[in-house]
Design a protein. Structure first.
Length: 154
């Protein structure tokens, strides 16, 4: 068996990108469109819809700037790693994984859900003062615990 080059592994073989309004409706639409796109690609990532929902919700709740949209991108790589990216307009608001959350707490669960489902996740700065939260799924057996996420939140 030949060894795959880094370009083969890192270059997406399928991709989907869409701009959506930074509203609750836009966040719901992000999840529905992600589910539809993955189904069209013949991929079954049960956790992907939940991760998209959480990242899109965070973009709407914490990354919204009046008159600016958020962007959803899905990238399926040759090794079947799915990368989900949500870019919002508030690069000045850097999310942090919260400490322990009480059962009745209203907030702070979104990134915990992403952390639970994703093999890796993190943040990168985007142009024009924006930021992209990303998550990768499918790089490990769901029952196996890896070395922990690479949050990149520095």
């Amino acid at each position: 068996m030949s060894q795959k080059s880094l370009a083969e592994i890192s270059t997406p073989v399928r991709h989907f990108t869409i701009q959506l309004s930074a509203t609750r409706r836009g966040a719901r639409l992000a999840r529905l469109l992600a589910e539809r796109q993955l189904d069209e690609w013949g991929e079954a990532y049960d956790a992907a819809a939940q991760v998209v929902a959480e990242l899109a919700s965070n973009a709407v709740l914490h990354g919204r700037v009046q008159g600016r949209d958020f962007r959803l991108a899905l990238k399926l790589h040759a090794d079947r790693t799915l990368r989900i990216e949500v870019t919002d307009a508030r690069g000045d608001r850097i999310p942090r994984l919260p400490g322990p959350v009480a059962d009745d707490a209203e907030g702070g669960r979104g990134l915990r859900i992403v952390d639970a489902y994703a093999d890796r996740w993190g943040l990168t700065r985007a142009p024009a003062g924006a930021k992209t939260l990303w998550a990768e799924l499918g790089t490990r057996d769901p029952g196996v615990t890896g070395e922990g996420p690479d949050h990149g939140l520095s």
